[in-house]
Design a protein around this ligand. Structure first.
Ligand code: SF4
Ligand code: SF4
Length: 100
């Protein structure tokens, strides 16, 4: 079990309030606001932490680069992908990777 799997398994045992607090703590460390792809729309919608909460709700207009590789959350959770705002979150992409 890698760190992302352990994190996901641990989250299942948390209350809604504790899970929300954990996501808020991680969102504060998200590097998306420093990324060129992140824009006024995503900022205004309060979007970030796409790797865990899912892709952008229509704000992204193109891929201008991705800061995920240098993000402390990416390192801490041992994430395997990037460009989560466009391509979807870690969990679904890991699942898709298992499909034939
Ligand atoms: S997921 Fe990657 S590409 Fe999208 S805003 Fe965040 S750092 Fe930029
Ligand atoms: S890995 Fe990417 S989407 Fe996830 S917190 Fe870091 S910068 Fe944000």
């Amino acid at each position: 079990m890698d760190r992302f799997e352990a994190f996901t398994a641990g989250n299942r045992g948390l209350s809604f309030a504790d899970r929300s607090a954990e996501l808020e703590r991680l969102a504060a460390r998200c590097a998306c606001p420093d990324c060129p792809t992140y824009n006024d729309c995503s900022e205004g919608a309060g979007e970030r932490l796409y790797c865990l909460v899912g892709r952008s709700f229509g704000c992204m207009t193109g891929n201008l680069g991705c800061a995920c590789a240098g993000c402390p959350v990416h390192r801490a959770l041992d994430l395997a992908f990037a460009e989560y705002c466009i391509n979807g979150p870690e969990a679904s992409r890991r699942y898709e990777r298992t499909l034939p």
